[in-house]
Ligand binder design. Structure first.
Ligand code: CP
Length: 310
């Protein structure tokens, strides 16, 4: 694997290999006083975040450091991007400075693919840390890692992805990955928050959350993305939560074993009631914890597993 740009068309064996590596890393490191492996000593990982992030940026930085890579963080404010330097020139500059891997978050869909093209000659790996409304592949991998921990094999598991599918790169990456792993995915959303062409996706569509909950193995709530609704309709927290929020009443409709996921950041009281987010049924902090191990596994498969990249 040279880059991780999307989960569309991902080889299930490749995805499973990353998830297995993440699980092994977690097992090896948990409970250890010093969480440091020498695997990526001498390698340089640069994060380029052109959009806000807490979980993704921090967990990539921790992942790189736990594997002994040199990690450098670049953001649009405080770098020469603020002086008007283009994404291409910034990327070529970072590659020339010695980056073995560039991790990019950008508001434009397709930015990570463009970057991979520009960096081909330099041989630098690119990881998509979220590009516009397109994809967020490491989020989908950490969601799958969390679901596997709680449910085991994902084949034929019923998973609902609920809410603002239209603007969600998390939803797109999860649809590709979860269906590749054999899960049965249902999108639950109002028609206004579903993308054009969704009928051709390998999913079932529903507008009624209450009707879906009793037969689910997992429910993934999406953040309502006000920042991408340029002049569009933004539902009130009350309206939205009445139809699509996971309330304490709705939690009781789920089977006992069913898992509640949210990629974060959460809008408590809108997508998810506070009591549900803080309940043992929610795997939200597990998702964050697994994010570190999954991102370690991705860096390992990109930078330390040379024969795969030949
Ligand atoms: N889930 C996610 O991508 O969170 P951040 O925006 O905080 O990175």
């Amino acid at each position: 694997m040279k880059h991780l740009l999307s989960t569309e068309g991902i080889d299930p064996a490749q995805a499973t290999a990353i998830l297995d590596t993440a699980a092994s890393l977690k097992q090896a490191l948990e409970g250890r006083e010093v969480r440091k492996l020498p695997t990526l000593r001498g390698r340089t990982v640069i994060t380029m975040f052109y959009e806000a992030s807490t979980r993704t940026r921090v967990s990539f930085e921790i992942a790189g450091k736990w594997m002994s890579a040199d990690v450098v963080n670049v953001s649009s404010s405080g770098s020469s991007v603020g002086k008007g330097e283009s994404l291409r020139d910034t990327a070529l500059t970072l590659a020339a400075a010695g980056a073995d891997c560039v991790i990019v978050r950008h508001p434009a869909s397709g930015a990570a693919h463009r970057l991979a093209g520009w960096l081909r000659a330099a041989g630098t790996s690119v990881v998509n840390a979220g590009d516009g409304m397109h994809e967020h592949p490491t989020q989908a991998l950490l969601d799958a890692a969390t679901l596997r921990e709680r449910l085991g094999d994902l084949r034929d598991r019923r998973i609902a992805i609920v809410g603002d599918v239209l603007h969600s790169r998390v939803a797109r990456s999860n649809v590709h990955l979860l269906t590749a792993l054999g899960a049965d995915v249902t999108l639950v959303a109002p028609p206004t928050l579903l993308p054009t062409g969704v009928e051709s996706w390998p999913v079932t569509i529903s507008h009624e959350l209450d009707a879906e909950l009793p037969s689910l193995d997992a429910v993934m709530l999406l953040r309502v993305q006000a920042e991408r609704m340029h002049g569009g309709f933004f539902p009130s927290a009350r309206e939205y939560s009445i139809s699509y929020g996971l309330s304490e009443r709705r939690l009781k409709l789920l089977p006992e074993h069913a898992v509640v996921l949210h990629p974060g950041p959460m809008l408590r009281g809108m997508e998810i009631a506070s009591a549900v987010a803080d309940s043992p049924r929610a795997a939200i902090t597990d998702q964050v914890r697994n994010g570190v191990h999954v991102r370690m596994a991705v860096l390992y498969h990109l930078l330390a597993h040379e024969e795969e990249n030949a």
